[in-house]
Design a protein around this ligand. Structure first.
Ligand SMILES: [Zn+2]
Length: 299
């Protein structure tokens, strides 16, 4: 029988390897023989059915080799599918397995999947399947993960719209949601965002949408990412236990009623802008409102 012949050949190659005069090509030929014998016995491999079969074979193969490096070629043999990268990702993200990757090698670090990661994935998918607009799905995602960092890939996956990153900026600049990006939080990577709070009182001043691209960043940088009233920055605030600290831009000489009258270019000159933390910004705004009311009454 051809399969037995291939096995004998492989055994011979193993003996040779043991003696120290092995030959890699000899193993390749034995393996090729085995694949040919498999085909002769069972016919061509049926097209892999959608999903489960290959995924389970892949998982079982890795589970039998926890902590060992496994090549994509091995996985190809083990699962019977050509491209295992997507399935590996599925095991990792959806099922919570800790699989590390380096070059062409994969390694399952632990037999126990990470339940937290799998649960997060379930929550994301529930939102992804919700039949509504992509922009609404984006909002639902931030609501669900308030305070947590979400990356660009996740945002794209859940929103299912082409310009998801632009819509996130829209959520912040036009709807005032306090969504931090790399500009506001140095710890965040490119494409990562974090909704700081769902509290309506924490919505940003709608006037922020008047800023030109990059002005916020310029002012934050100039002020060293530090509130110019209380002197706190993100790091010192966090150390003091304030997890809702974030920076905003305040108009030094802005009077609410001027907003419509003055061109945005005048109002939003960097010289007229200053970095404040959210709570000091609220105080400044309240002060301004009080002054305006007093002036109105005096008239
Ligand atoms: Zn402050």
């Amino acid at each position: 029988m051809r399969l037995r012949e291939a096995a004998r050949r492989l055994e011979g190659a193993a003996d040779a390897a043991k003696r120290g005069d092995g030959n890699r090509d000899e193993i390749d030929l034995a393996l090729a023989d085995a694949v040919g014998a498999q085909r002769a016995l069972y016919g061509p491999r049926p097209r892999a059915k959608k999903g489960e079969g290959a995924l389970h074979k892949l998982r079982d193969y890795l589970l039998a080799r926890v902590g060992e490096g496994v090549s994509s070629e091995e996985l190809r043999f083990a699962s019977g599918i050509q491209e295992s990268a997507r399935r590996i990702r599925e095991l990792r993200v959806e099922h919570g397995y800790d699989i590390t990757e380096s070059g062409d090698m994969y390694r399952l670090e632990s037999a126990t999947p990470n339940a937290e990661r799998a649960a997060r994935w379930k929550r994301l998918n529930r939102i992804r399947r919700t039949k509504t607009s992509g922009f609404r799905r984006l909002q639902m995602m931030f609501e669900e993960f308030v305070g947590e960092v979400v990356d660009g890939e996740t945002i794209q996956y859940v929103a299912k719209i082409p310009s998801a990153a632009r819509r996130v900026r829209e959520l912040r600049d036009e709807h005032g949601w306090p969504v931090n990006s790399k500009v506001d939080e140095e710890d965040l990577g490119i494409g990562e965002y974090r909704l700081v709070s769902m509290d309506l009182a924490d919505r940003l001043d709608i006037r922020q949408r008047l800023y030109e691209e990059g002005v916020r960043e310029k002012v934050f940088k100039r002020d060293n990412y530090t509130c110019q009233v209380c002197g706190r920055n993100r790091e010192t605030a966090q150390k003091a236990g304030d997890t809702r600290f974030y920076l905003e831009i305040h108009h030094k000489s802005a009077v609410a009623e001027q907003l419509d009258a003055l061109p945005a270019s005048e109002l939003n000159k960097p010289e007229n802008l200053i970095t404040l933390c959210h709570s000091d910004h609220l105080k400044e705004t309240a002060k301004l409102q009080k002054r305006l009311q007093a002036e109105r009454r005096a008239r």
